[in-house]
Design a protein around this ligand. Sequence first.
Ligand code: FE2
Length: 159
Amino acid sequence: MAIAAIGGRIFGGLNREVHTNMDTELEGFLNSLGEAERAGGRVLHELTDQAQSLELRELLRKVGHDEGYYAGELAAHVRRLGGMPSTKTGDFVEKVRAVGHFKDKLELLNRGQRWVVRKIGEQVGTITDARLQAFLRVMADGHDVNIGALDNALAEGKL
Ligand SMILES: [Fe+2]
């Protein structure tokens, strides 16, 4: 029941805030992040299956859920602001698949995550929509947490 109530509020919000012309630069930026997050979710799903340590597996599963959450929220913001969310998946999936060793894949994953944090940092100050700005700050902080957790797991030798 609580979930239905939340859903109703989200969709009510979408219906109230219909814009016809979303800034194309902002739309492109959010969609590029969304494609990266969707790719991240796919990568994490694949890496989770390859983890030997149960703790690393749980961590990767959690990070993957976060990626999926961010992708969904980015699409919702684009829609709310009158844009068209991209349904593409970024080429990061192929880049990680092309790397041979599991540990190198995880390190590449974290480099990709740092790219997301950097891109948000470059743009977040220019964003005038308060809800979107707050979301992006939380998304960047969430990435920092996940990057740190994976760095720690690798430093402890968990694979
Ligand atoms: Fe990400």
